[in-house]
Ligand binder design. Sequence first.
Ligand code: PGA
Length: 259
Amino acid sequence: MTKKYIIGNLKMYGSISFYDTFFKKIREFSMHKSLDNIEIALCIPYPYLYLAQQILGNSGIYWGSQNVAKDNEGPFTGEVSAKMLKEFDSQFAIIGHSERNTAYCESDVNIAEKFLRIKEHNMRPIFCVGETLIEREAGMEKKVVQSQLETLVNHGKHIFNNSIIAYEPIWAIGSDMSASPEQAKSMCAFIKEFVEGEADKVNQLGKENKPIKVIYGGSVNEKNTLQLLSLDKVDGALIGRCSLSPDKFLQICEIAHQL
Ligand code: PGA
């Protein structure tokens, strides 16, 4: 059975009381449902990782961050290392999100280094790729996504093994316009083909072959989840706004659970 991944990207929202309530609700959910066919994770702001560890520990629900430093330690004011994240039992870290790329001018090389740090500490990177509206209208979306993936290909053997790629078209994030099922399916299939085919030529996946998961993000909500998650090439969803409502997020988890 292939699991569907439901991952919340909480961005810079929330408070101690918000997360306390959210974690308890989702823990409750995990006690009453089998999680055999879904994997649920919340990528939250750093200050709440300790609370996640305390409340969600041993619940079968995972948590993680939305960024990580590219270095392991040193005089890097404001940065948080993968080793530190691991101390809070983080299992996932988002990298390459377009909001960070735009606001903090993250280079492809930085993102590749972050990807490696996450893997070095046995966590799973959620690497975001996606095109702008102008690029899609110019018919360049696959070229753009391929070049984003290519930045990783030469960064070591088995690099994609056990990682998650999130296809997040930039025009669909925070808008009211999710990608159509056809667009999501076609790009997720393209990403899988690229990674499992092209990258395998240089032995990126490795023998143990824990394949990559390709999830979709950008205006996923409780109404379009079923359609998007029913697509065989789409392994799950990265959810922004809808994860700010624990009830909506759990509704999405329930839909995925029933698939
Ligand atoms: P959205 O955000 O669901 O609010 O569109 C998705 C994301 O930024 O990961």
